[in-house]
Design a protein around this ligand. Sequence first.
Ligand SMILES: Cc1ncc(COP(=O)(O)O)c(C=O)c1O
Length: 316
Amino acid sequence: MDTAELIWHNGEFVPWEDAKVHVLSHALHYGTGVFEGVRCYETERGPAIFRHADHLDRLAKSAELYYLGLPYSPEQIGEATRELIRRNGLGSCYIRPLAFRGYGSLGLYATDAPVDVIVAAFPWGAYLGEEGQKHGIRAKVSSWRRISPAGLIPHAKASGQYLNSILAKTESTNAGYEEAILLDERGFVCEGSGENIFLVRDGQIVTPPHVAAILDGINRKSVIQIARDLGYTVVERDVARAELYLAEEIFLTGTAAELVPVREIDDHPIGEPGEITRHVQAKFVDALYGRAEEYLEWLDFVKVPAGADEPSKVSS
Ligand SMILES: Cc1ncc(COP(=O)(O)O)c(C=O)c1O
């Protein structure tokens, strides 16, 4: 992976290679962490973090759902992130805030284990490739079902939950596909291993609802608004597996992947990205890069002092 100079770790900016944890940290054993994937884009007005406040809000809510008392407010983590981007001298980058139970206890009622917080920011290109964004990817419905709300919390973005995504992604990659689509425990379409899913059926845009165990994706929300603003009808409803094969168009949304068309699913051709996908994708990319006036409020601009192109050293 590409690295950067500094990582924010419990209030300090430390060199990348010094941001370490003890091997008996609680989260390492049980997955007791919550995190976000956030992106910053180089715009004409400097680096801007896409929907930063929404990501920080979801981080705080994920923490609350798993009884992790965050020792920093979303505002403090947000300010630390902007400062990290400035100090690392980054433009477009991927941002990973993580709050996790650290070293102190290995019991399951782990209030003795402190909650540690880090923010990393580093260069990371399109998760499913630029070619995928242009021409679409091949996806496969996974034999693994998405975690059930009866046992875990699909609304939370929690570390341990990602073993589910990893099983699905590994299976689909080993079978020669680029992404896995998971069904929910009832057998309805849920989402990709790290993206929400949209279909076009009879000219309408359809996406699975919250009760289908989706992660409440921030890009999903953005794309729903953009598509409606462009005049499309967007329906949140249960989607049967066969509708994937019958769809006129399919695309995925997520912070890491951005908006990626699907050109084939379970060996059923969907085709090159369609007109609606292209239309929504173009506006979405404009929003990410600050080229859409109507969505500028989604951007948190990182103020970089004039002439400050050299990353500064570790803070004391
Ligand atoms: C399982 C899962 N679903 C959906 C998404 C899309 O969410 P967002 O648009 O907030 O990145 C992600 C990525 O964070 C994810 O990991």
